[in-house]
Design a protein. Structure first.
Lengths: 240, 621
């Protein structure tokens, strides 16, 4: 589904990504974890086209999309949420998702009833009873769910989620985990960035660990948890 | 050869002045992040103040010079920063832009008020009569003074920004205010300083420019705009490139003026800096879409379809009733307000919903009027009045569509000014007028002023309801989504370019139709009706009224149209019209949604209150 090859990003003197390669197979739920500033969000920006890599390629299926603008990539089946929330603050919760469904209708031609789809999606992420609220009245945790619903409204085949669980209660975060498992069962692929390690360990089949712009480990949750390099990276940053 | 050299020297002098003004812009912009549209106006006020002190009150010229440059101008800059700019840090570009436009208009008001244009004021050149001869070329001391001053200032600025702690801190503030704060510099202080310096440089440019021509409030204000292109050459950051750009502009326009035939000179010369500005803006590398964009303004809730249609019908009925009661003079005022409100709807669509700032709406209005005037008032005329501005709008949009915020504003400014100079002045006859027929309709006699008034009310009501319908449909949502978060819109597959193109085109068509109706109202239009400055005032007023609602547009347009009437009651008011408008902008710091936004807020509160009461009554019953 998605292949990232040898991506390097520089911000002035800072090398935010130093030759990162990873793959998200069809129908897989892959985790991407790493300490603060590791480069996770930057990698998402490169994949979605918001950041131009200094070197490297991004492939969807077998198509090289490195030079496509963000909206073209979205039309090829890429959806995402943002760590720093990017909701449409002048619109209601329902309209936020509706706008995406309508966009899907205009370029995908397979969305007969955007308004209903939007309501269903909101129901699914657990926001059914606030759909008429203006989005700026909601707490941040719920805004992340609005973003998830909005991303789903574009019917992406690959979904990139940037810390969807932060700001959620334990209960809500469990529901989110179940939702993710459901989505993958429906045939979507997901790349999940999340600080809530428990959530990641529970739902992901495979995990990549990013530290200082490099992938330092890849494996199943068990493998990653036992990896001494990973432990060092996490202990290192938490001790600092 | 001598001609060439002489022309080059003249151009060099003008280029130096552009360089000074452009450097001021860059210093303020890089440090405070706000582009000061009033930069030229500050130069104008400084030049007049200098005239007042030296010629009016007879101070020795050097003393007056120093007082203006080192005391009054920096003080003005510092006060402006404190009062107007500081509350707006972090606000979207639309807001800061309107704030500095407001300052521009305020200063124009001050200029007209304090130095009424009925007397001619001339500033003597510095060292009048003294010349030196270099290689058989006569250079006067005034020219030398300009060149030497510019070199000193340029070198001084360079040293300041690279060698002094304060200068380095000023550069750091833009890149990272928090970091600069950690390093012990207060970001507010530093940007206040940059406003003081910017104002001082503007003043220097104004004072040096003034002796080269007679003192004229608007001309001095706008002439300094020519420095904008130079500032763009340095991408608003790089001082050496800015200076180089300014010199190239000065010398090349002087050479064109000297060598080209009078034909070209009349048509093109006044527009050269604008054309260069337009090109410079286009070549600027645009920032990429970014996540974490500034939080936009949140628009007031929109009214429901039934409600807005209801209001529209009532509006037309009231207009029909009122039209019978008004005297011809009042009818004319009312019609003027209605048609201006319609033109402003184009801004509600483009800037309010779409978040794109345009300073050329009246240019499109002018094109609409022109098309109508050339084709007659029939169906063809109406069609042309919509199609020509739409086509022009689409063309402009195609070239500027990648620009956002400030750069879009500057490009539209350049377009408006260039059109003033190249097109309107000739197409509508130099200082002359073009007759514009009223649209001919079946069954109604539009030649009757009363009928025309009602017709305008109908058009405005239709336009407003249409806008609200659009706002509630998919296209409206897409537009607002794009404005609130370009990054998120793109990741749901929305092409930002296409959406902006469409909205720019539609908005130009609306403005064009409005322009044709405006022309029909008065029977003719002249080049002065569509000046850049008027476009600025239009945007200003629309923003004050509230860019997000047709109601706001209506209120703004009506108060604008009513102004001459108030003036009859209080004659002094005419002088302070600009001043009042400008002062209104100060209120923007408190409420960024304008009057219309405030009304919508109040309406929402009222509704909430009523629902609450109903709830209480239910609970009690
Ligand atoms: N636009 C930018 N300009 C300069 N540096 C940046 C920019 N964006 C990110 N960085 C830097 O790149 C590095 C990676 O940042 P990124 O946001 O990708 O990390 P992250 O893994 O998402 O961290 P977090 O867990 O805190 O979200 C950091 O050092 C950050 O400071
Ligand atoms: Mg991140």
């Amino acid at each position: 589904m998605l292949r990232v090859e040898d991506v390097e990003v520089r911000f002035g003197g800072v090398q935010a990504l130093k030759g990162v390669s990873l793959e998200v197979p069809d129908g897989a739920l892959v985790g991407l974890i790493g300490p603060n500033g590791a480069g996770k969000t930057t990698l998402f920006n490169v994949i979605t086209g918001l950041e131009k890599p200094f070197r490297g390629r991004v492939l969807m299926g077998d198509q090289d999309v490195t030079s496509l603008p963000p909206h073209q990539r979205a039309r090829r089946g890429l959806g995402r949420t943002f760590q720093r929330i990017e909701v449409f603050s002048s619109l209601t919760v329902h309209e936020n998702v509706l706008a995406a469904a309508e966009a899907r209708r205009s370029w995908g031609r397979d969305e007969p009833e955007p308004a209903r789809s939007a309501s269903e999606l909101l129901e699914r992420v657990g926001l059914g009873d606030v759909e008429r609220e203006r989005v700026d009245k909601l707490p941040t945790g719920l805004l992340r769910l609005v973003e998830v619903a909005r991303a789903l409204a574009s019917r992406p085949r690959l979904l990139l989620l940037d810390e969807p669980g932060s700001g959620l209660s334990t209960h809500e975060s469990e529901a989110l985990g179940d939702l993710l498992v459901d989505l993958v069962r429906d045939g979507r692929s997901i790349l999940l960035v999340e600080h809530d390690v428990e959530l990641v360990m529970r739902v992901c089949q495979q995990i990549h660990v990013l530290d200082f712009g490099s992938i330092i480990a890849t494996g199943t949750p068990d493998q990653v948890q036992r990896d001494p390099v990973v432990q060092a990276a996490y202990l290192g940053t938490s001790a600092a | 050869m001598t001609t060439f050299l002489a022309l080059s020297i003249t151009g060099l002098v003008v280029g130096c002045i552009y360089a000074l003004t452009a450097c001021g812009l860059v210093v303020t912009y890089t440090t405070s992040g706000v582009f000061n549209f009033a930069h030229g106006a500050i130069g104008m006020v400084a030049a007049f103040t200098y005239w007042q002190l030296s010629v009016g009150w007879g101070w020795p010229a050097p003393l007056a010079f120093l007082a203006v440059l080192l005391v009054l101008a920096p003080l003005l800059g510092a006060v402006v920063e404190r009062v107007l700019i500081r509350p707006l840090y972090g606000a979207p570009i639309g807001v800061t832009l309107v704030a500095t436009l407001g300052l521009l208009v305020t200063l124009l008001g001050v200029g007209f008020l304090v130095w009424p244009p009925d007397t001619t004021r001339v500033l003597p050149k510095f060292f009048e009569g003294h010349t030196v001869t270099v290689f058989s070329l006569v250079v006067d001391y005034n020219q030398l003074l300009v060149i030497v001053t510019s070199v000193v200032v340029a070198v001084g600025l360079r040293l300041f920004f690279s060698r002094t702690r304060l200068g380095i801190a000023m550069r750091a503030v833009v890149d990272d205010p928090e970091l600069a704060a950690l390093a012990g510099t207060k970001p507010e202080r530093v940007s206040q300083l940059s406003w003081a310096m910017g104002a001082s440089l503007a003043a220097l440019a104004g004072v040096l420019l003034a002796p080269l021509q007679t003192l004229n409030v608007t001309e001095l204000t706008l002439l300094v705009i020519n420095g904008y292109a130079a500032a763009m050459a340095g991408r608003l950051r790089n001082l050496p490139a800015t200076v180089a750009g300014a010199l190239v502009i000065g010398v090349s326009s002087s050479l064109v003026l000297g060598y080209a035939g009078p034909q070209v000179v009349n048509y093109v010369r006044p527009a050269i800096p604008m054309i260069l500005l337009f090109i410079a803006v286009l070549f600027l590398k645009q920032e990429r879409l970014r996540a974490g964009s500034l939080a936009g303004l949140r628009m007031p809730r929109t009214t429901g379809l039934r409600q807005s249609v209801g209001v529209g019908v009532v509006f037309v009925v009231v207009a029909g009733f009122v039209s019978g009661q008004l005297s011809p003079a009042h009818l004319a005022i009312g019609s003027q307000g209605l048609v201006l409100a319609f033109v402003m709807l184009s801004l509600v669509l483009l800037s309010g919903y779409g978040g794109q700032v345009s300073l050329c709406q009246l240019t499109f209005a002018g094109l609409g009027a022109y098309a109508m005037g050339k084709t007659g008032g029939g169906a063809l005329g109406l069609l042309a009045a919509i199609a020509l501005p739409a086509a022009a709008g689409a063309l402009v949009a195609l070239t500027v569509v990648r620009l956002r915020g400030l750069f879009l504003a500057l490009a539209t400014l350049a377009f408006a000014q260039a059109m003033d100079q190249i097109f309107f002045n000739h197409a509508l006859g130099y200082g002359g007028t073009l007759a514009i027929p009223r649209p001919r309709l079946p069954f109604v006699d539009t030649a009757d002023d009363q009928v025309y008034f009602v017709l305008l009310a109908v058009v405005l009501a239709l336009g407003s309801v249409g806008l609200l319908v659009l706002r509630r449909r998919a296209f409206g949502r897409r537009l607002i989504a794009l404005n609130d978060s370009p990054a998120a819109s793109a990741t749901m597959g929305v092409s930002p370019v296409r959406t902006r193109l469409v909205v720019f085109t539609v908005s130009s068509a609306v403005a064009g139709l409005g322009g044709a109706l405006l022309g029909g109202l008065h029977g003719s239009v002249s080049p002065n009706d569509f000046l850049l400055l008027n476009s600025c005032v239009l945007l200003l007023l629309a923003t004050l009224g509230g860019l997000y609602t047709p109601t706001g547009a209506f209120l703004a347009a009506m108060s604008y149209a009513l102004f001459p009437e108030l003036q009859k009651l209080v004659p002094e008011l005419g002088q302070v019209q600009f001043l009042l408008t400008g002062l209104g902008v100060l209120a923007l710091g408190r409420n960024r949604y304008g009057v219309g936004g405030q009304l919508a807020d109040a309406g929402e509160k009222l509704r909430a209150l009523r629902l609450q009461r109903v709830g209480v009554a239910r609970a009690a019953g």
